[in-house]
Design a binder for this molecule. Sequence first.
Ligand code: ZN
Length: 165
Amino acid sequence: MWMIPHTLAGVTLATKIENPSISLPLALLSHYLLDFIPHWTQTPTFFGKKSIALYVDFIISLSLGLFFALKFPFGSNEFWIVILGAALGNFLDAVRIPALLLRRDLPSTQSHSLISIAEKIHAKLDQDVKHEKEKLVFKFTKGNVWIGIGTQILTVVLCLWLLLT
Ligand SMILES: [Zn+2]
């Protein structure tokens, strides 16, 4: 999914679950769950015109993270827990950054490094990025941009509703 739903899921968990030793691991794992829901994104890249969407997504996500963190006093424990929740919600995409910059591709799944193992799980569950259609769980939604955007809008609306009510 795009960064915005991942960020809001992390923020929602960090805000609504009082114990950070529960909420923060859940924020990390929420990434796999959201990527398992049928969705549409671009293949991530830092180069060319396609990268503009990635930067816009990042700036909106950062603003949302700060907005909800600043509902608590700046620098307080709660403030940092919300920031961490937002960061952990995106962490499994963030570990792809070195490979995206250096190889201009997703990390290899062939080594035994932690990044490689995380990428292997990511690639298995993610219903969008770089999948052969035959390997998907939700085949009918692959390539359907409207369903792929709709599921992310629903995620965003649900999180905002939980956060703002
Ligand atoms: Zn992902």
